[in-house]
Design a protein around this ligand. Structure first.
Ligand SMILES: [Zn+2]
Length: 575
């Protein structure tokens, strides 16, 4: 059992302890360096044994009571029953302090867990059955939770409860700006909401801003004094306004219907656009804005204003740009100016560099050397196109006919199409622009390796390969690529050209190699399949399902999720 460092029972528990002074000191230190909620998962886990024991009310087993910095008083009761074999934080804590790890859920579809040998907790709870749990052995965790709760209620030592992470939230502010709270106070009727027909309540245009810390609206009689919508007598308006967090919780709904002057939005328009496909933001939004947005969504759903249950389908948390290991900030004076970089290397080099330096979910450590590398790479591409463009301007497009191709031509076109396919995958699935750029750099190297190109590769294929190189670069270096495009004689604008999709003849030319893909069912390796590189997910699933080593584990069950890492892995999750 682990208690929060601020748990009120602690002083009583430490009373009479032979090393009380030492423990009190540890406790004081732990309270001082309290861990923030958002850092809980990653912070170093620290704790100590109180010397006291609790009785497990389910079986009267004596269990040691510890204090841990990762247990919060405000979450639950500030006391948690440690389940190290099945929870990441508990596992780290118990391994660090050499506490026993007891397996209480055994996986259904894998070798039995041995506590001493575990290197990570087994937390796919639903894929297991209870063990070492007395009368609850053999139940699924969901069944066990219901039965254990009933048992606790029956014996009178516990009850079921739903835990909400959203804390109470005071939304009013004594400010002029902000959305007025649409209620009036009537001496006779009390608090009366402003009727829909009188909405929105508008702020007075000229409040007195005294700078004295009082509410400016309260000092504006023409705003405050009004009549009661219920009885018609004199009444006072609410003079607090809403916190800006209120607006940020729902403003994006208004984007669907910005000119509506009768309502916040038309539900049918919101139903057409929502939920938001993709949210991109910093981790700092995760505990406030995103929670409030979800809360607001659920309130509006309960009021029948919307029909969806979640406002956002996917969240992507991007990393930060660091310099010298810390976030760039004006106060630290470690900011690299975008204009300065643009003047020195060009804006597109800056774009390419920020995408190349790290995948978007990771922090990026700024490096002057690396931006220079990107600049040199773009120069290499420019020289290549500059050299070949004059002879290719009037050349038509290639018909993808592989007949009569030289070895060099075949190799070059294979690499180009392969790069095209992989870059597209990086864009669409993983957003790993850094690996996409690395592939384009490789393609450029391959082209250089065949120089002088004009002696070995016919003009149509040269033009095709340079076209692909230019198009693949375009999302990262739009202006630079547009220039190359024009140099090669295209007069219709690269911005206007569709993204290159591999068509049948090209797929054939790109296909050269076989890869071995690992096939898993519920995260356990069941076999490997030799397939052609770049195989599509759907195709691979069909092939995998046809294999006995897969089908025997699926055994008629429904595939609820599939995890696909191109050319490497397919994991089929069945329920
Ligand atoms: Zn009234």
């Amino acid at each position: 059992m682990i208690l929060a460092p601020t748990h009120p029972l602690l002083s009583k528990l430490l009373e009479g302890s032979p090393n009380r002074a030492e423990l009190e000191l540890k406790l004081a230190q732990m309270r001082q360096s309290s861990v923030k909620t958002e850092d809980l998962a990653t912070a170093e886990k620290v704790g100590f044994f109180t010397g006291r024991y609790a009785a497990n009310p389910f079986n009267n087993e004596k269990i040691p009571i510890w204090v841990g910095n990762f247990v919060l008083l405000e979450y639950g009761a500030g006391a948690v029953m440690c389940v190290p074999a099945h929870d990441q934080r508990d596992f780290e804590f118990c391994r660090k302090y050499g506490l026993p790890v007891r397996v209480v859920v055994q996986p259904l579809d894998a070798p039995a867990l041995v506590a001493e040998k575990m290197t990570a907790p087994f937390d796919e709870h639903e894929q297991g059955r209870l063990v070492n749990s007395g009368p609850f052995d053999g139940l699924s965790p969901t069944e066990a939770i219901a039965k254990m709760t009933a048992f606790a209620e029956q014996k009178g030592f516990g009850r079921g409860e739903i835990v909400f992470r959203l804390k109470d939230w005071g939304i009013s502010r004594q400010r002029y700006w902000g959305t007025p709270i649409p209620v009036v106070y009537c001496p006779k009727d009390g608090l009366v909401p402003v009727p829909d027909k009188d909405l929105p309540v508008l702020l007075p245009p000229n409040p007195k801003l005294t700078g004295m810390g009082e509410s400016p609206l309260a000092a504006t009689p023409e705003f405050v004094n009004t009549i009661c919508p219920r009885c018609g007598g004199t009444a006072r308006r609410e003079t607090d306004t809403m916190d800006t967090f209120v607006d940020s919780s729902w403003y994006f709904y208004r984007y669907c219907d910005p000119h509506n002057d009768k309502a916040p939005y038309d539900s049918a328009k919101v139903a057409y656009w929502f939920p938001i496909d993709q949210y991109i933001g910093g981790i700092t939004h995760a505990i406030l804005h995103l929670l409030y947005s979800r809360f607001w969504c659920k309130v509006m759903r309960d009021l029948d204003l919307i029909t969806h249950k979640e406002p956002i389908a996917r969240l992507f948390t991007q990393g930060m740009v660091l310099k010298g290991g810390v976030a760039m900030s004006k106060s630290r004076g470690n900011v690299v100016g975008a204009l300065e970089m643009a003047e020195k290397f060009g804006a597109d080099t800056g774009r390419l560099y920020t995408l190349f330096a790290a995948p978007p979910e990771k922090d990026l450590e700024w490096s002057d050397q690396s931006i220079e590398g990107c600049w040199r790479f773009l120069n290499r591409v420019y020289r290549l196109v500059e050299k070949h463009a004059p002879s290719l301007r009037s050349v038509g497009s290639w018909d993808f006919d592989p007949k009569g191709m030289t070895d060099e031509e075949r190799e070059l076109i294979r690499v180009a199409y392969k790069t095209m396919r992989r870059v597209t995958q990086d864009f669409e699935s993983r957003w790993h622009f850094n690996s996409a750029i690395a592939l384009i750099m490789e393609l450029t190297n391959e082209i250089y390796a065949l120089e002088p190109l004009e002696q070995k590769v016919r003009p149509e294929i040269r033009k095709e390969v340079l076209r692909i190189l230019t198009q693949l670069l375009a999302p990262m270096t739009p202006h630079f690529s547009e220039e190359l495009w024009e140099m090669m004689g295209h007069d219709d604008g690269l911005w206007n050209a569709p993204w290159p999709d591999l068509i049948e003849g090209q797929i054939e030319l790109a296909r050269d190699e076989e890869v071995e893909v690992v096939i898993q069912v519920n995260g356990r390796v069941r076999g490997k399949l030799k397939v052609s590189a770049g195989i599509a997910e759907k195709e691979l699933v069909t092939l995998a399902m046809a294999e006995h080593f897969v089908s025997q584990h699926i055994n008629g069950k429904r595939v609820v999720k599939q995890i696909f890492v191109p050319d490497k892995l397919l994991n089929l999750v069945v329920a």
